[in-house]
Design a protein around this ligand. Structure first.
Ligand code: ADP
Length: 369
């Protein structure tokens, strides 16, 4: 089958009008990041931040226009806000006329959010390796890359294909190393800049949770965006999380970032399953000497102070970095290594906690101040 060309896609999108500006979205330069692969199409529509919520029908119309092209199997249009300064941060909106929506991912055994106070602490690396460790325990495991600001799952798992969609609506997760995987990075060209505002964050995350055929799974690991913001609130509101795990470097804890993350989950009444200290210490590959670069042990002390469990520590290790940056995470590529064992021990602790009932289920109602 011939690839659908960008010109065909843009032609179809010329039939879609911006309701406020009276011209089509292509002429208004609102369409970017077009990806076309084997009949599966993705693109972004840039809109002003303040119009995000009301333009959802236009986004849907754009998807339908492209879906009508002969040979197109699935279409994913994502709205991004072009002017971050134009609007104040917004809270996810409650659906009108409805007090409480049903929770997403209700059929999943346990949804665990892996979070961090800031970027670059190894959250995604930890999420991927923990998911693999849980899968190796025989659990049907999936991973959702909810880090819409910087999706890293495609790189970490070496996934370059786009998800299929047999009916044009529901996406099939991509399977890799025994995991079912979904990421916005599968749909959007890596170099597309994405700036998100509240309602769009919510829409994109809801699509990735609700419009994906996850099938029967025991555990879903969610790689959260760093920090505390709309994505965290959306997850807390829309999913009955079994709990959250905070990944931190020892020095990050000293700088209070991880504490903020932890307090945020506490505030929205999501149980905190515990803290993981990443890049905890370094073992010299030449002499075997252990160096505690970032004052090892900070996470353990902070966990004790804050009354949450310490789940374990992962060393700063070249093989971990190489694996996660080359699409071959260490728990899959070298499952017998001591580093894979470190992840496995944490996965065991997590599983024990989630099913022993020591983590209280999230309260159903979240109040956002
Ligand atoms: P985050 O998701 O917090 O932004 P990443 O998981 O993307 O962080 O990790 C940031 C960088 O640090 C990546 O290059 C990754 O390979 C590397 N990294 C993560 N954990 C370790 C570790 N324990 N040892 C060595 N490198 C690591």
């Amino acid at each position: 089958m011939a690839e659908i060309s960008n010109a065909q896609i843009l032609d179809a999108l010329r039939t879609v009008q911006d309701p406020d500006r009276g011209q089509d979205i292509v002429s208004l330069n609102m369409v970017s990041g077009v990806v076309s692969k084997s009949g599966n199409i993705g693109f972004t529509i840039e809109v002003d931040a303040e119009r995000g919520a009301q333009l959802e029908p236009m986004r849907k119309a754009a998807e339908n226009a492209v879906l009508a092209i002969d040979g197109v199997l699935s279409v994913t249009a994502v709205m991004t806000a072009s002017s971050p300064a134009a609007a104040p941060p917004q809270q996810p909106e409650q659906p009108q006329g409805q007090q409480q929506q049903s929770k997403l991912l209700a059929d999943v055994g346990a949804v665990i959010a892996v979070a961090s106070g800031k970027g670059g602490v190894g959250k995604s690396t930890t999420a991927v390796n923990l998911a693999l460790a849980l899968s190796q325990k025989g659990l049907r495991t999936a991973i959702l890359d909810a880090d819409i600001y910087g999706p890293s799952l495609p790189l970490m798992l070496g996934i370059t294909e786009k998800p299929d969609s047999p009916d044009g609506k529901i996406l099939l997760p991509i399977e890799k190393y025994g995991l079912k995987c979904m990421s916005i990075g599968f749909m959007i060209a890596a170099d597309t800049p994405m700036i998100w505002r509240g309602p769009m964050v919510m829409g994109a995350l809801e699509q990735m949770m609700g419009d994906v055929q996850w099938g029967d799974i025991d555990v879903l690991i969610v790689d959260m965006p760093p920090g505390t913001g709309d994505a965290q609130l959306t997850m807390a509101q829309r999913v009955a999380l079994a709990g959250s795990v905070i990944v931190s470097t020892p020095q990050d804890l000293a700088l209070l970032d991880a504490r903020k993350g932890l307090n945020m989950f506490k505030k929205v009444e999501v149980p905190v399953l515990g803290i993981i200290e990443n890049m905890s210490y370094f073992v010299c590959p030449h002499c075997g000497e252990k160096s505690e670069i970032f004052t090892h042990g900070g996470a353990k002390n902070a966990a004790a102070q804050m009354g949450v469990d310490f789940l374990g520590e992962i060393p700063l290790e070249m093989a971990i970095r190489e694996g996660s940056d080359n699409g071959r995470p260490i728990v899959a590529s070298d499952p017998e290594s001591p580093h894979a064992n470190a992840y496995r021990a944490i996965a065991d602790a997590l599983w024990e906690k989630v099913f022993s009932g020591s983590a209280q289920p999230a309260a159903p109602e979240i109040i956002v101040e």
